[in-house]
Structures are given as structure tokens and as C-alpha cells.
Design a protein around this ligand. Structure first.
Ligand SMILES: [Zn+2]
Length: 251
């Protein structure tokens, strides 16, 4: 699943269509595509994993889900969910969810929760985290209302970097440790963006998909499904501290 930084890259890649008018809208999405024709792209935006196309009187929300993809000025064999034709090229989306958003995007989204946004606000997320002391660290980092754009790679890497065991309870982290965790999500997400642009993202993984802890040189625990979020986790039981007793929490 593409994480927030990958959607920022998509936004950059389609910049040539900003200000252009949609001449053709096709695809197997059930959306009323005729409404799109003749509308001009005011801006491309993103909120976490949502790719947003702001048009004259409506916006499109595209979510690539687990296996969605896109092509710019080229096509895949399979039928597109949505294909938009512009005077200077075309944009095709596959295997994604497409929805209209009525009204201003600033009313639909809280940009402060988007880890890639200029409006990101650590303090807002810290306040929300403090209200959920029984939340597991591995679930917190996948909760889009807390860290919009954070996905499984970001989760595994950030927990390793901050030496926090994925089954730690948020309420048992000290205030400085919780601050470190939220800050690192933002920091790592921008490193992710840089490395993804360079094509070196995987080479920089320290924990995600790895077998050995680079700090302790012992095998990582590789869990197929951890926490309520039930996602793959890679962690070290020696150097990642388990805060609180999450065995007492039903997961
Ligand atoms: Zn270790």
C-alpha cells in the first residue's frame, strides 16, 4: 500500500495537469464521470494516503487501497477505474477507490494530522494520543486520525529507530518518549520521501522485512499479524523496550 510520501511523489508527477481542463473522463468507476468533463484542475493535494484533485465545483478523492496503481501518459492492459484526458496528456488509475468530495477540502480534512503537510502539528497528535492510553504503539502508528499517511513501513522503521516495542502501551511511554515517537514519524516520513525519489528506500530499511537486528546482531521477531491492526511487524526484543503490560489489554 502506498504510504503518505508516495502520494506526495504522485502529486509532483502530475503537476503538468494543474490548471488544465478535463476533456475526457472514462473508466469502470460508478461515479458520474460526465460531471468531470469541462472542469479545470485547481490543484492536486494529498491528505495521508488520499490523493485529492480539486476541481471547479467538486473534488475527487482517490485512495489506492492495497494494490492500486496509476499511469501517466501510458496505460496498463487492465481497465482503468478512472481515466482523465487533458489537452497535454492523460492520467489513469487502477484498482483504487474514487469518490466525490463536495465543498471545500479545508472543511473535509484536518491537515494537522497529515505527517507530510506543512500544517502538521505534533502537539495536536500528542493530545489525541494522551486520550488513548490503552492503544498499542503498533496500532497508533497505523491510525490515520493520528498519523495520516503513516503505513506499515513507517511503523516498523519508526518503532525500531525509537527503540519502542510494538506492543508497548501509549499511556506507559514517558512524555519525552511519546514526543520522540511522534517527531520521528514526521522525520522518517521525509527521509522516506527523499530515498523513494532516489530509488534507495529499501536499501535504507533497518527493520522492515529484515531478519537480523543491526544493533544487537540477533534475529528479529517477525510477526505476521500484530495488534488490532493485524499487520506484519519486524522488531527486536532486546533493544526495543516494551512499555507497560499490554497482555492485560484485549487485542
Ligand atoms: Zn536489537
Amino acid at each position: 500500500m502506498p504510504e503518505g510520501p508516495s502520494i506526495v511523489i504522485l502529486r509532483e508527477e502530475v503537476a503538468a495537469f494543474t490548471g488544465k481542463t478535463i476533456e475526457r473522463a472514462e473508466g469502470n468507476s460508478k461515479l458520474d464521470k460526465s460531471r468531470l468533463v469541462g472542469q479545470t484542475v485547481r490543484s492536486f493535494r494529498s491528505w495521508g494516503k488520499h490523493f485529492l484533485i480539486e476541481l471547479d465545483d467538486v473534488s475527487l478523492r482517490i485512495h489506492l487501497l492495497l494494490f492500486g496503481s496509476y499511469r501517466i501518459n501510458e496505460r496498463k492492459e487492465s481497465a482503468p477505474r478512472l481515466s482523465l484526458g487533458f489537452p497535454n496528456g492523460e492520467l489513469n488509475f487502477y484498482g483504487c477507490s474514487v469518490q466525490f468530495i463536495e465543498g471545500p477540502l479545508d472543511e473535509a480534512y484536518d491537515w494537522r494530522a497529515d505527517v507530510m503537510s506543512d500544517a502538521w502539528d505534533n502537539r495536536t497528535t500528542l493530545r489525541k494520543l494522551r486520550k488513548r492510553p490503552r492503544l498499542l504503539a503498533c496500532d497508533a502508528l497505523l491510525d490515520q486520525t493520528l498519523f495520516s499517511g503513516s503505513g506499515n513501513i513507517i511503523k516498523n522503521e519508526v518503532l525500531f529507530r525509537t527503540r519502542i516495542h510494538p506492543l508497548s502501551l501509549i499511556g506507559d511511554l514517558s512524555a519525552p518518549k511519546l514526543r520522540e515517537l511522534t517527531r520521528e514519524v514526521r522525520t522518517y516520513s521525509f527521509e522516506f520521501l527523499l530515498w523513494k525519489r532516489e530509488g534507495t528506500l529499501k536499501a535504507h530499511w533497518l527493520a522492515h522485512t529484515k531478519t537480523t537486528c543491526p544493533r544487537c546482531k540477533i534475529p528479529f521477531i517477525r510477526a505476521k499479524s500484530l495488534g488490532r491492526s493485524k499487520r506484519r511487524s519486524f522488531f527486536c526484543e532486546r533493544c526495543q523496550k516494551r512499555y507497560g503490560d499490554s497482555d492485560q489489554v484485549a487485542v
